[in-house]
Design a protein around this ligand. Structure first.
Ligand SMILES: Cc1cc2nc3c(=O)[nH]c(=O)nc-3n(C[C@H](O)[C@H](O)[C@H](O)COP(=O)(O)OP(=O)(O)OC[C@H]3O[C@@H](n4cnc5c(N)ncnc54)[C@H](O)[C@@H]3O)c2cc1C
Length: 262
């Protein structure tokens, strides 16, 4: 009974804005930048770094985009199938064109990852958003940013937003050497690229690096990546290091072994 009540009161997410792929660029062997454009993007706004949008794609094996309907609890396609709908960071919005860049990690043949590998100008998609981001504290004495490949777009935005005088340590776990690429410059940022070993649990290298890092008093932390790894990082920061809740934001971006729409 309670579940039914909860289902009925879920607020419908922002509408879908229909777009097409305008440009595709490989940033590394594991990351594709896709630029989406279309007049329907007019009015979309991104006010904070590390925000989110939802990307609707044609279902696997289809080329046509079908916009799902909201059933009061979730989006469903005709026949009650779940749409291919995934969350990404709005990396760059050009409201003049208007156009939106997403950076999509290529990790397998299915879902958004499989779609991104084959994306080409003219392909249809839709964007819904924007979800809340993170407000950088410009008076912070220092920042620690920690994330896996899915967090690179958000971390790039945070590096752009953190004042030049603030020291930043950025720890980034990638799936292989071909996952590295040049990200935004920050004069006081020290960036460490951590390569996860073949077959290793995702986020292991990142957790170990966070556990070993020196944190000066008052340093603020932003971390995002695989959910179980983020749980370990949360425990380490809040229990072992006794950081206050306002000092660290730790977000699970995906779950190992579970598709994003689940
Ligand atoms: C707020 C927010 C912002 C995000 N921003 C970005 C972004 O800018 N760029 C980005 O690429 N992702 C981002 N993500 C993560 C992204 O939503 C998930 O990785 C999503 O599952 C990808 O969908 P998919 O269809 O490719 O794979 P799915 O169909 O969701 O998953 C299929 C399988 O692949 C695994 N999987 C999913 N992601 C990965 C991965 N990165 N590496 C290895 N295995 C994986 C799953 O565990 C599952 O077993 C963000 C997530 C959140 C919540």
């Amino acid at each position: 009974m309670t579940d039914q009540v909860t289902e009925r009161i879920r607020r419908e997410p922002p509408r879908f804005r229909e777009v097409t792929v305008d440009r595709v660029e490989w940033l590394s062997g594991r990351m594709v930048a896709v630029t989406f454009a279309g007049p329907d993007l007019k009015g979309l706004s991104v006010d904070e770094p590390a925000a989110s949008v939802r990307l609707l794609l044609p279902s696997s094996g289809e080329s046509e985009l079908i916009v799902p309907r909201w059933d009061g609890n979730q989006f469903l396609l005709p026949g009650s199938e779940r749409p291919l709908l995934r969350t990404f960071t709005p990396r760059r919005l050009d409201s003049q064109v208007p156009a939106l860049d997403l950076w999509i990690v290529v990790h397998g043949e299915e879902g958004a990852s499989g779609w991104a590998q084959a994306a080409a100008p003219g392909d249809p998609a839709a964007i819904s958003g924007t979800g809340r981001g993170y407000a950088v504290d410009r008076r912070a004495p220092g920042y620690l940013l920690a994330g896996d490949e899915t967090a690179i777009p958000a971390m790039s935005q945070l590096l752009e937003e953190i004042p030049d005088r603030v020291p930043v340590r950025a720890l980034i776990e990638v799936g292989g050497a071909d996952g590295r690429f040049t990200i935004t410059d920050h004069p006081r940022a020290e960036i460490a690229w951590l390569e996860s070993a073949e077959g290793a649990t995702p986020g292991n290298a990142l957790v170990r690096a966070v556990e070993g890092v020196d944190l000066a008093d008052g340093t603020l932390v932003w971390a995002a990546g695989e959910a179980a790894a983020m749980q370990r990082i949360r425990r380490h920061l809040f229990e072992e290091r006794a950081l206050s809740r306002r000092q660290a934001v730790v977000r699970g971006y995906w779950k190992h072994g579970r598709a994003g729409g689940d």
